[in-house]
Design a protein around this ligand. Structure first.
Ligand SMILES: NC(=O)c1ccc[n+]([C@@H]2O[C@H](COP(=O)([O-])OP(=O)(O)OC[C@H]3O[C@@H](n4cnc5c(N)ncnc54)[C@H](O)[C@@H]3O)[C@@H](O)[C@H]2O)c1
Length: 49
């Protein structure tokens, strides 16, 4: 895989969890996509679970 567009970048994503269920929460979706692009992530959510 080539160099990601976010290699060397750090992203802080607030609300990175999601409610239980089949849907993909916005924060979780962004976290997964940014990780695919090589970002280092700090994931934050009000719900520790
Ligand atoms: N997910 C989708 O595909 C989608 C599409 C269109 C619109 N929306 C809208 O976007 C909004 C969010 O949807 P979602 O699916 O991402 O929700 P979600 O509930 O799955 O995820 C939100 C996350 O944010 C966390 N959170 C809430 N308050 C917080 C706080 N103060 N600090 C830190 N974390 C906090 C929650 O614990 C949860 O993990 C809703 O209004 C929804 O209607 C979502």
């Amino acid at each position: 895989m080539g160099k990601g567009r976010l290699e060397g970048k750090v992203a802080i994503i607030v609300g990175a969890g999601q409610q239980p269920g089949e849907t993909l929460g916005n924060g979780r979706a962004v976290a997964k996509r940014f990780a695919e692009e090589g970002a280092a992530l700090l994931l934050v959510d009000i719900n520790a679970d």
